[in-house]
Design a protein around this ligand. Structure first.
Ligand SMILES: NC(=O)c1ccc[n+]([C@@H]2O[C@H](COP(=O)([O-])OP(=O)(O)OC[C@H]3O[C@@H](n4cnc5c(N)ncnc54)[C@H](OP(=O)(O)O)[C@@H]3O)[C@@H](O)[C@H]2O)c1
Length: 338
């Protein structure tokens, strides 16, 4: 009997409705053998990037033009089941991680061997590291210009990206302020090493930062936007850096026009800066970050937090996306594929 299926299933955008559930369908695809330099991987787990996924369904990712049918899912872990000509250093059965648009929410994928990272085991924890932890590391180190002993504030600090940013800053010897909008996540933030957890829905973030951190924030790593971004901007230290890593709070809303003093009034005298970070613009740092983040995890110095809510099978990807968008998740949301 053939070891491989004739057909397998994957999630595609079938129509652009703006909403993940109604835009996507599970469809079948015929098996195809790996070409030269390629491998075929049986996906075990896929990582959920709900904001990116929903933005694809709105055709609002600036560097992607979505034309249905469009393959979904960015990251996965699984095992190699077929190897193409000329591939060296990888073997049948090897556990691997892959980050590639369209490669995640599917049972099998063909991938260039050059895009494959060898791991010890195909567990969902790896999805918090590759690519999420890589983004945290590159954003913090290369864009935030991380230095030991500084004061670092992180929004959505208990989330997939945030819990990695928190730990990388702690490992560098920083004082970390972790922001959440959910009282029940405060204890988790303490366990992750956060020095000052803040629920921005219960405490006035702007007032707390001004009162408790009069010297200001050396790095503010923000993926929430809105009033959290405003409070970070207001409280930057001399030479402080505010990293824009997303704006979860309003990414699918109409653009809000706010009346504020011109931004140079807030930055110039402090020599402070606001820096945009989109991981795909920094590919030259990925390999080094992947190596270091795996090393930190395998040596027990980094905790990889996978949200405990189970999502099983490709039909559950819409549930996973909606769970993350609800803000209830703790750590990375993962979908079990097989
Ligand atoms: N720049 C990059 O290269 C890059 C890479 C990966 C991800 N991202 C971005 O980083 C962000 C986090 O991604 P993730 O997948 O790791 O998600 P996540 O942080 O695990 O989940 C989103 C979190 O944001 C908070 N939140 C949700 N809705 C909110 C709202 N309306 N107002 C305020 N806070 C809200 C919730 O945390 P709390 O309630 O605990 O605050 C929620 O758990 C996203 O915006 C994503 O697009 C950027």
């Amino acid at each position: 009997m053939n070891r491989f299926p004739d057909r397998y299933r994957k999630v595609v955008i079938a129509e652009l409705t703006g909403d993940f559930r109604s835009s996507t369908r599970v469809v079948e695809e015929a098996w195809s053998d790996p070409g030269p330099g390629e491998v075929v991987i049986r996906n075990r787990w896929a990582g959920c990037n709900a904001i990116f996924d929903k933005n694809l369904c709105r055709n609002k990712i600036r560097y992607v033009d979505v034309k249905p049918p469009f393959d979904m899912g960015i990251e996965s872990v699984g095992e190699i089941v077929a190897i193409g000509a000329g591939v060296t250093g990888l073997q049948d059965g090897d556990p691997v991680a892959v980050t590639k648009l369209g490669s995640g929410y599917r049972e099998y994928q063909r991938a260039p061997a050059s895009r494959v990272v060898r791991i010890r085991e195909a567990t969902p924890e790896i999805l918090t590291l590759i690519p999420t932890g890589i983004s945290a590391m590159v954003g913090l180190e290369r864009v935030g210009d991380l230095r030991g002993g500084e004061t670092v504030a992180v929004s959505a600090a208990a989330g997939g990206l945030g819990h990695m940013v928190v730990q990388i800053a702690k490992l560098a010897g920083c004082h970390v302020i972790g922001i959440t909008g959910d009282e029940s996540k405060l204890e988790l933030l303490r366990q992750l090493g956060v020095d000052r957890p803040i629920n921005h829905r219960r405490e006035d973030l702007q007032a707390v930062l001004a009162a408790e951190y009069p010297r200001g924030l050396d790095i503010a790593y923000d993926s929430v936007g809105g009033t959290v971004f405003d409070a970070f901007l207001e409280n930057l230290a001399h030479r402080g850096r505010l990293v824009i890593s997303g704006h979860t709070s309003d990414f699918d809303q109409a653009i809000e026009n706010v009346a504020q003093p011109r931004i140079y009034r807030k930055l110039y005298w402090k020599s402070a800066s606001v820096r945009g970070f989109q991981n795909q613009a920094f590919p030259e740092f990925f390999d080094d970050a992947a190596r270091r983040i795996l090393q930190l995890y395998y040596s027990g110095r980094l905790r990889a937090l996978v949200d405990p809510t189970p999502f099983v099978g490709l039909e559950s990807t819409a549930d996973a996306v909606e769970h993350l968008l609800s803000g209830r998740n703790r750590g990375k949301v993962a979908v079990r594929i097989g």
